[in-house]
Design a protein around this ligand. Sequence first.
Ligand code: DX5
Ligand code: ZN
Length: 216
Amino acid sequence: MVTIAPSILAADFMNLQSDIQALQGNDDLWLHLDVMDGHFVPNMTFGIPIIKQISKITSIPLDVHLMVTNPNFHIVELKDSNIHNITFHLEAESNPLKLIELAKQFYPKVGISIKPNTPVEEIELDVLAHCDLVLVMSVEPGFGGQKFMPSAIQKIKQLKELQDTHALDFIIQVDGGINNETAKLVRDAGANNLVAGSYIFKNDQSEYANYINSLR
Ligand code: DX5
Ligand code: ZN
């Protein structure tokens, strides 16, 4: 079963609690929280206080995607926020293995993300072996509602091959431009965790479940 991770970046921030609670009841769901610092990406979203509030109003496992220059800071500061998975960008960290080891003390799952221009080979094999998740960005990080970049498909296949060759076991997550058509492409390539913002949240709350199911 593929996990769907609705990204609240596309939710109605004036009615965030209501939008999140409208997701409740769907199986195999993560709640994707995009943290942007206005430096690693040219946009800002929300930070630690809002994530802590969200963790109090939902039982959906929280999936934090750090698009920040200094991920160490958020990894430490969010450690008591009941987060299920935290992902940082390879491009933002000179010692990813050390940061994974730190993060594993606080979170059940830890992931690494690569931007569209970062090849899979940039993730060293010993780092990959310690990842619970690899996030392939299928848009330039920073904004929702962008068009899916097909180059992500080859990267997913490559990760799948690395899993087979080296007996590795990590979740392959894809983020950006996911809809019912692109979902099929990335699933066929081997992704098992799909982030979707606009495709889900730009509908009435009563329709969320239908759109989620159409991605599976
Ligand atoms: C973009 C974010 C995504 C974004 C996806 O930087 O990481 O999670 O919310 O939005 P859609 O699904 O609209 O492309
Ligand atoms: Zn994201």
